[in-house]
Design a protein around this ligand. Structure first.
Ligand SMILES: O=C[C@H](O)COP(=O)(O)O
Length: 336
């Protein structure tokens, strides 16, 4: 293997049962430290320059690529968030989460027990998804708090979290009030996040920053930090509904905030890029960036997820090509 490639510890794809089952201490947060927040800067041109070099820096081939693509699958929050979602579509999505790749392809890869990291749906679909995933360890994530704009009355946003937890959601993806970031009202953002985290109870909370609506990378960095101080288990880029969703510069900014938070507190917070990640090759760039900036520990589902509705289809297509040498039409890899 050439130097500078993504490496696995094995020459073939690791099986899901070989993945370490580790559980990090949960992020309980800390008091809002405004001095720290205001000291945070983001050098936009340096971040953008570095982000531009990332796609060409590393490449993985053959078995290594297949192993990394299987890893990517295990990190997907397989998502449907459409106005026309139905119980049937959600059941099909859950069947795909249980068996993300055709059995004969997995057999040829020597891979067993592979599932997606979670299934992510609107509140109304939580019970259907929980039912369809019975007998697995695949958690159901619910988008919440007036997703995607987050502008419904605050007490209703908090109540929505409780409803989804009661319906069986183990993970709650909340949306923050962008205006608190845009007006620099860090105390309001902290208080809102804290209350939402408390409403989640034992369910883990992902804070969606909607970075495409935050104006600057400095705002992204500060909002990331404030949400972590308020107890976010994950910080997530986007709802998938903003005009600009997950990007590499935003990812660099957010994962460096995660690294700083760990340096200062010893606590690891997860990262979820979401929206517009639909190609296997893009997923590999994200994984390589996480490996470089945060290290291998973050390449586990308790600390990293892709929020994606169609990425799995392209990965399955690449894996089929790896095994058979032929590309199939993308319509053969429908998700929901
Ligand atoms: O959180 C997940 C996103 O809504 C999915 O976005 P996508 O449909 O662009 O993959």
């Amino acid at each position: 293997m050439q130097e500078g490639t993504l490496q696995t510890t094995q020459s073939t794809a690791p099986t899901a049962t070989q993945l370490p089952q580790v559980h990090e201490q949960r992020n309980d947060g800390m008091p809002l430290d405004l001095d720290w927040v205001m000291a945070v800067q983001a050098n936009t041109s340096a971040i953008e320059r570095r982000a531009k070099t990332l796609p060409g820096r590393r490449s993985v081939k053959k078995d290594y690529q297949a192993a990394w693509l299987c890893k990517a699958i295990s990190l997907i929050d397989l998502t449907t968030l459409s106005g026309d979602d139905s119980a049937g579509r959600v059941r099909r999505l859950c069947a795909k989460a249980r068996q993300p790749v055709r059995a004969d392809i997995l057999e040829q890869l020597g891979m067993t027990g592979l599932t997606t990291g979670a299934v992510c749906v609107y509140h109304d679909m939580v019970e259907t998804a929980v039912d369809a995933l019975q007998g697995t360890n695949i958690p159901v994530a619910a988008v919440s708090t007036g997703f995607p704009a987050g502008l419904s009355p605050f007490h209703l946003r908090i109540a929505e979290i409780g409803e989804s937890v009661n319906a069986g959601a183990a993970e709650i993806d909340i949306v923050i009030s962008r205006r608190h970031v845009l007006t620099g009202n860090w105390q309001a953002l902290y208080d809102e996040m804290r209350e939402m985290r408390d409403a989640c109870g034992d369910a883990h909370v992902k804070a969606i920053l909607a970075t495409g609506e935050l104006g600057t990378l400095r705002n992204v960095a500060r909002a990331s930090l404030v949400c972590m101080m308020a107890g976010a288990d994950f910080i997530k880029t986007s709802t998938g509904k903003e005009p600009v969703n997950a990007t590499l510069p935003v990812t660099l900014t957010m994962i460096r905030a995660i690294r700083d938070y760990q340096d200062r507190t010893g606590i690891k917070v997860g990262y979820k890029p979401a929206g517009g990640i639909s190609k296997a090759k893009d997923a590999l760039v994200y994984l390589s960036m996480i490996k470089d900036e945060l290290g291998d520990r973050w390449l586990q589902p308790d600390l990293f997820r892709f929020g994606a509705s169609s990425l799995l289809g392209d990965i399955e297509r690449q894996l089929e090509h790896h095994v058979t040498g032929a590309y199939s039409a993308s319509w053969r890899h429908a998700i929901g």
